[in-house]
Design a protein around this ligand. Structure first.
Ligand code: SAH
Ligand code: SF4
Ligand code: F3S
Length: 475
């Protein structure tokens, strides 16, 4: 079991269900008058963890009797779930909130809610109070499970509700409703928070400390997902490799994978994110041995320079990273590899940058997510001297993109003519290849074939390739 301090009691969760019922009754009355149910709009910025949180919020809204809408104009409640990882994510969210001031003037009864990582930052509540009067309700990541209660307070008279309190230890709230998108893919959070404090990163400050869900809760949720027909399930955590360290029970991430692999059904398990300092040979052996675990690894290295890695507080060297990749490939020759990279970290020299570029060219990644360093106030890196101009960083960024496109294209080309097992998951815009699918390694395939069905596995032969997509026909 997780330690008691972090688990929200079932009594407290039951309370939230009571608030959901109060609001549901209010909404039934509204629906009687209007002839239609009140509507809720949600929007998500940031990572998969935030998408998973929005699905909890959507589950609570559904329980409260709101119907989903894609249009803010039609909404009675608007929830914007924010991200703080880079400045760009914040300015986009705040830009959208700014644009809602017209809507709020025209329909003052609409409830505008801001939640998630951005608002959990210390300076944010004041900023919103002063500059965004259209926002009615603000709740941080630690208060997510109290959303029904907070919304109830707002709907029954409180002028503006702010709740960004909460212990940095963080919470685990089991038993809240969740509304997923349907389809084939589902997120499954196995842990929350982060203890790593990479010097550039805001996440540990806004998501609290690492805490693992009890394995039986995870197994139970997976069983439900499989029963509901989900086939492509991604286990989520900021650093899944440290799963279990906070539990009384002796269990690590590899042990958890083995348990989940035993759940009956035809499905694929993916996971993200792995941290190179904690990724072990045991993990790769386990991946290789578990038939339901996709041979896909997202292992961010951030920089190829040891001096930069040290200043980032990453806890490994480029050599260690290379060794991990070599071991993973020795066990799973067809493994799909991806990584995150930061360009322009404070003090990054031309030589440091070239080490990053060399690593990219050398490893041969299938997907890369490269970011320009963004200064986050409150993090140690924000205080580090940084004398490289934006123009120089931008030029490095573009050079790296060129290298990464070349290596990714080379990897894609290698699939030409190959037969691959894919899970068909949707429709594409193209007419020649009207369906989309994912390979076991997570690569996008646009495909064609009369016998292909969304939600089912199939074999396709790759007929052509591009940088972002393979094109295949069923065999
Ligand atoms: N926990 C995951 C990812 C968290 S954030 C991990 O450790 O890999 C996703 C990515 O955003 C990071 O991997 C990093 O590449 C990038 N990132 C985080 N903070 C950033 C910042 N201040 N500026 C630019 N990129 C950043
Ligand atoms: Fe951020 Fe590092 Fe934690 Fe990832 S491991 S969330 S980059 S502090
Ligand atoms: Fe952003 Fe929070 Fe995820 S800061 S990247 S939404 S954990």
């Amino acid at each position: 079991m997780p330690n008691n301090k972090t688990v929200v009691s079932q009594e407290q969760i039951a309370h939230q269900y009571e608030y959901m019922q109060f609001i549901a009754r209010m909404n039934e009355d509204k629906a009687q008058v209007r002839g239609q149910r009140p509507k809720a709009f949600t929007q998500t910025f940031g990572c998969q963890q935030n998408e998973a949180d929005t699905q909890r919020i959507a589950g609570m809204l559904d329980e409260m009797g709101y119907e989903k809408t894609d249009r803010t104009e039609d909404a009675d409640v608007i929830v914007i779930n924010t991200c703080a990882v880079r400045e760009h994510a914040e300015s986009r969210a705040l830009g959208n909130v700014g644009a809602l001031s017209h809507l709020k003037k025209a329909r003052p009864e609409v409830t505008i809610c801001l939640c998630g990582c951005m608002v959990q930052q210390e300076h944010m509540p004041d900023k919103i109070k002063k500059s965004y009067p259209q926002v009615d309700l603000v709740f941080g990541t630690h208060a997510l499970w109290r959303f029904p209660e907070l919304l109830y307070r707002r709907l029954t008279g409180d002028k503006r509700v702010f709740d960004t309190s909460g212990d940095a230890a963080g919470y685990i709230a089991e038993g809240l409703p969740v509304l997923r998108d349907g389809g084939t893919k589902a997120w499954l959070s196995i842990m929350y928070g982060c203890n790593n404090f990479c010097t550039y990163c805001i996440v540990p400050y806004v998501r609290g400390r690492e805490r693992s869900r009890a394995p039986e809760e995870i197994v139970h949720e997976l069983e439900q997902l499989v029963a509901d027909g989900y086939k492509d399930i991604t286990l989520l955590g900021q650093n899944v490799n440290s799963y279990g360290k906070d539990l009384d029970e002796q269990i690590d991430f590899s042990d958890l994978l083995m348990r989940l692999n035993e759940v009956p059904g035809d499905f694929l398990l993916r996971f993200m994110t792995s941290h190179p300092k904690d990724a072990s040979h045991k993990l790769f052996d386990t991946m290789a041995a578990c038939d339901k675990v996709a041979k896909q690894l997202h292992l961010p290295f951030q920089s190829g320079s040891d001096t930069v890695l040290k200043r980032m507080n990453r806890g490994y060297t480029a050599e260690h990273y290379r060794e991990l990749i070599a071991y993973a490939r020795s066990k799973m020759p067809d493994i799909t590899l991806s990584s995150d990279i930061i360009v322009g970290f404070p003090g990054e020299t031309e030589e440091d940058f070239e080490k990053t570029r060399t690593l990219v060219a050398e490893v041969g990644f299938d997907m890369l997510y490269t970011f320009l360093y963004s200064k986050r106030s409150g993090t140690p890196a924000a205080e580090m001297p940084d004398d490289t101009t934006h123009a120089v960083k931008q030029a490095r960024f573009e050079r790296l993109l060129k290298t990464q496109d070349e290596t990714v294209q080379a990897r894609q080309n290698a699939y030409q003519g190959k037969r691959l097992r894919v899970l068909v998951d949707g429709t594409s815009k193209g007419t020649e290849y009207p369906l989309t699918a994912r390979t076991e390694g997570g690569l996008l395939v646009c495909c064609a074939g009369d016998d292909l069905k969304i939600g089912e596995f199939a074999d396709v032969v790759i007929e052509k390739t591009s940088l972002r997509c393979l094109f295949g026909r069923s065999v």
